[in-house]
Design a protein around this ligand. Structure first.
Ligand code: UD1
Ligand code: CA
Length: 557
């Protein structure tokens, strides 16, 4: 196992790769203990502004609940600010507040939702939050809810410089290639920050400024409270701008600072779906980069998507078109893809998963899945087990070394160690009202094209003949044959299908057999009587029919 790399603030994803550990029983890819924020840099409060409507998303879903990389926009921001270990975390909600509040409760039950009834601007939103919190002293960090690439490391740097610089406000800024729409940082002769001017309110000269306001600002709590009540909505939008607080503090002769990030992608905001896709791609690149440096092979980063919440181990190989979502973990040496989507799955060490769609499945070490397999929730494949081609599984516990190689449905079932389920076997688990379970013991053998009607039990070491419909228990060592007996009717084709090509072929074949008989072979009638030919007979005299009756014709590979 590799050791944990030194964090590099700008490029390290929020999804820190797993900590080192040698013991087998440790959690795969367990998140390392979060680095802690030094006590003097822990803010009294963080306020996340998330009340905006997000009109430009043109969506029924509140903007904050749109997702990239396995978390909502709000989820990314909450995660980053939590890393600062603030004493209080308030999230200002407004548009879609029920949904946003419910989601917030799921992701961070200690965060306090604060309702801003009307969206009267970022300054008004901040004031609403401050009013809902007890009186604060120390640092208050205000962030927007729509900057999902922001990292804790950058936030820490902002607060550290703010505290060390004894500033009333410190704004996080960046130079961006296209500053359209953002507030511009207006600096004075000494490079000091004078004010933030919103794009809409900016002069042409100010619009030429490429240094922008990230919307992430650290304040001295008292100075912020004092300035907020003096905000006026005298701007193009008629809103109370939080950004005006900086100008007010400057005029008061207070110290205002800026911290410029090198990685401007960290502060990009999402206002429409183009930006949602763009930031999703950037986040994915960041996640893949970190995993590649941790020893994961990503054959084609352009078509591989890994959520922030996924955990991987060294020597995992991800082939093109692989998508790993949710709480998925993949252990060392496992190979996934191509064309595989796994959500909330565990893949054991050295397993192979090819062209598979999996949800909530647990794939054991050295197991083999696919190509073309659909693993639904509750699927467990034991060590070295196999789920093959065109197989669907659900709530299926497939024992170590057991195989379901082709064309099967396995639902609500347990299959014991080393058992083999023949091609085309269906576990009929649903009677139209209830679902029932089927249990197949260890080293059992189910012939091809069987239907196991649940509830049903096939004991250890039992056999089921191919083509059987099994409705009652099969005991250890028994062979269950549950199908119509074969009956061959000589001359049927000649009588019922006269004049067809089939009839002609039959006539030719019969003639050839008759000729053979004249030359001293077995008689055609003898062969027709049991449906087999002499050449099919074994030395022990059993016919092919007999052999087929024992069900061993099931495919094994
Ligand atoms: C804001 C900043 C701008 C900065 C940009 C960075 C202001 C006036 N402008 O502009 O300088 O460059 O962010 O992305 O602050 N919100 C509320 N209540 C409101 C209004 C907004 O909670 O009444 C929230 C929104 O949900 C959003 C955030 O505040 O999360 C920013 O609002 P938005 O309308 O996106 O501001 P921008 O125009 O992007
Ligand atoms: Ca915005």
């Amino acid at each position: 196992m590799s050791t944990r790399p030194t964090p590099s603030p700008a490029h390290r994803p929020a999804s820190a790769p797993p900590a080192s550990g040698s013991s087998r029983d440790r959690q795969v890819g367990a998140r390392p203990a979060a680095e802690s924020t030094p006590a003097e840099y822990r803010p009294a409060a963080v306020i996340v502004l998330a009340a905006g409507e997000g009109t430009r998303m043109r969506s029924r879903t509140p903007k904050m609940l749109h997702g990239i990389g396995g978390r909502t926009l709000l989820g990314h921001v909450v995660r980053a600010v939590r890393g600062l270990q603030p004493e209080r975390l308030a999230v200002v909600v407004g548009a879609g507040r029920e949904q946003v509040t419910a989601h917030l409760r799921e992701i961070d039950e200690d965060a306090v939702p604060v309702v801003q009834e009307e969206q009267r601007g970022t300054g008004h939103a901040t004031r609403t939050a401050l009013e809902a919190l007890p009186e604060l002293s120390g640092t208050v960090v205000v962030t927007t809810g729509d900057t999902p690439l922001l990292t804790t490391a950058t936030l820490r740097r902002l607060v550290a410089e703010h505290v060390e610089g004894k500033a009333a406000a410190t704004v996080l800024t960046a130079d961006v290639p296209d500053p359209t729409g953002y507030g511009r940082i207006v600096r004075g002769d000494q490079d000091e920050v004078l004010a933030i001017v919103e794009h809409r309110d900016a002069t042409p000269e100010q619009r030429a400024i490429t240094e922008i306001n990230s919307g992430i600002i650290a304040f001295d709590a008292a100075a912020l409270a004092d300035a907020l009540v003096r905000l006026k909505p005298d701007n193009s939008q008629g809103e109370e701008y939080l950004t005006d607080v900086l100008g007010i503090l400057r005029q008061d002769g207070r110290h205002v600072l800026a911290v410029r990030t090198d990685d401007h992608t960290e502060i990009l905001g999402v206002n429409n779906r183009l930006q949602l896709a763009e930031l999703g791609r950037l986040l994915n690149q960041r996640i893949l980069t970190a995993w590649m440096l941790e020893g994961v092979t990503v054959v084609d980063p352009a078509t591989t998507w890994v959520d922030d919440t996924v955990r991987l181990e060294p020597d995992v190989v991800l082939r093109p078109n692989t998508m790993l979502h949710g709480a998925t973990t993949v252990e060392a040496g496992a190979e996934i893809g191509p064309d595989t989507t796994l959500t909330d799955c565990r893949v054991g060490a050295d397993a192979r998963v090819v062209r598979c769609h999996g949800e909530g499945a647990d794939i054991g070490p050295e197991a083999s899945v696919g190509p073309y397999a659909y693993l639904r929730p509750g699927t467990r494949v034991g060590a070295g087990g196999k789920i093959g081609t065109f197989v669907e599984t659900k709530k299926a516990d497939i024992g170590p070394g057991a195989k379901v190689p082709h064309l099967s449905y396995v639902g609500d079932a347990t299959i014991g160690e080393g058992s083999n389920i023949g091609a085309g076997t269906i576990f009929a688990n649903y009677d139209g009202v209830h679902k029932h379970r089927t249990e197949v013991g260890a080293h059992a053998f189910v012939g091809s094209d069987s239907v196991l009607v649940a509830p049903c039990r096939i004991a250890d070491g039992a056999y089921v003949a191919a083509g059987s419909t099994v409705v009652k228990a099969v005991q250890p060592g028994e062979l269950a044959v549950a199908r119509g007996r074969q009956r061959n009717i000589p001359g049927w084709v000649e009588r019922k299908r006269a004049g067809t090509r089939t009839a002609e072929a039959a006539a030719r074949a019969l003639e050839a057999m008759a000729d053979e008989t004249e030359q001293g072979g077995t008689s055609a009638s003898e062969r027709r009587a049991d449906g087999t030919s002499a050449t099919e007979r074994r030395a022990d005299g059993t016919s092919a029919t007999e052999r087929r009756a024992d069900g061993t014709s099931a495919t094994e590979h």
